[in-house]
Design a protein around this ligand. Structure first.
Ligand code: ADP
Ligand code: MG
Length: 326
């Protein structure tokens, strides 16, 4: 009897200190977030997830262009008027975004945002915009016209009507920051999944590496690859949710800042990178660059890989992706 009790006590302590995954799904930044942390108790798991949620909410306040009180809105409202002093964090995010614009020859550009007056991908647009309006809209686009002053932490959009938006990089950035914060609090393993912008660290409790399932958007029920994500990010950008059709052509919600026209031909891009921010921005960029230039650029970048699916269902992958037949 005594033995059994002792055994029970030992078992209970093992159970209560065993790491378990805890998961919460919620809407943040207008998107679905799934946050998973590995913790010893439900209470700890909940507290960690609350920490992540608070961090993502804080970032949303900083970068939202919908919130009229955000620093981003202040920058936009003062376009063509005056420089705006911002938090160092936002300043650095803009600096990195401009660096990605340079890396992608302008395919990625946070100043794309003035074009959202022309294109709507929420079903409200019924006719193709006029070519002259599209041409006029790109006049207000160009990362060269985002003037940064390092000394004063100010951002100035040179042209009246210019706007910046973080739709293509914000969720990735938030996922990185939430991961960093949880790691600093001692969380050994987890996943932040921001609607397909995934950031992982540590391992699953059975010791396996976290894996990401890659599906073909043309046949969503069929997973064609299950790839390991080892302490890194994997981001999928797809045009299967937000797009419009005109004359049999499907236009994605990702717009070429150089022409004003939405990208066509690609339906999904998945990018693997050490950070979700870069992966997010590059996934968007590959849409604009197209499969040849996109693959070529990704192949030149160390530790970065991608899988592209075109509108015919063809799959293209960068040099380091090895897909085993499932
Ligand atoms: P999603 O998160 O919807 O899968 P992305 O991460 O690719 O997609 O981001 C698409 C969003 O990025 C668009 O809804 C828009 O807000 C913004 N965007 C569109 N075109 C560009 C561009 N060329 N450069 C930077 N941002 C863009
Ligand atoms: Mg993106």
């Amino acid at each position: 009897m005594k033995h059994t009790t002792a055994l029970l006590v030992i078992l209970c302590s093992i159970v209560s200190f065993a790491q378990q995954p805890y998961k919460r799904t919620l809407k943040l930044m207008g998107s679905r977030f799934d946050i998973t942390v590995v913790a010893k108790t439900q209470q700890k798991g909940d507290a960690y997830i609350d920490t992540a949620v608070a961090e993502i909410t804080r970032i949303e306040k900083l970068i939202s262009s919908w919130d009229p009180n955000s620093e981003t809105s202040k920058i936009n409202n003062n376009a063509g008027v005056k420089p705006v002093k911002v938090a160092a964090e936002l300043f650095h995010l803009i600096e990195r975004a401009i660096r990605i614009s340079k890396l992608t020859d302008g395919a990625f550009d946070i100043s794309y945002a003035s074009m959202d007056r022309i294109w709507k991908f929420d079903g409200s647009m019924t006719v193709m915009p006029f070519a002259k309006d599209i041409e006029a809209s790109v006049l207000k686009v160009g990362f060269d016209n985002i003037i940064l002053n390092k000394k004063n932490n100010t951002v100035f959009l040179k042209l009246k009507g210019m706007k910046i938006g973080f739709g293509a990089i914000g969720k990735g950035y938030a996922a990185d920051k939430a991961k960093d914060l949880l790691q600093s609090k001692g969380v050994v393993s987890g996943i932040i999944n921001a609607s397909g912008d995934m950031n992982t660290w540590g391992k699953q409790i059975n010791g396996d590496t976290w894996k990401v399932a890659i599906t073909n958007p043309l046949n969503k029920n069929k997973v064609f690859a299950l790839l390991p994500v080892l302490n890194g990010a994997v981001v999928t950008s797809g045009n299967y949710e937000k797009y419009v059709n005109f004359n049999g052509i499907r236009y994605a919600h990702i717009i070429d800042p150089r022409t004003g026209y939405p990208s066509t031909g690609i339906i999904s891009v998945t990018v693997f990178a050490p950070k979700a921010e870069l992966a997010d921005a590059l996934a968007t960029s590959v849409f604009v660059m197209g499969k040849e230039t996109g693959l070529d650029r990704i192949n030149q970048l160390p530790n970065i890989d991608c899988i592209i699916i075109d509108d015919k269902g063809n799959i293209f992958k960068s040099n380091n992706i090895v897909i085993d037949k499932l």
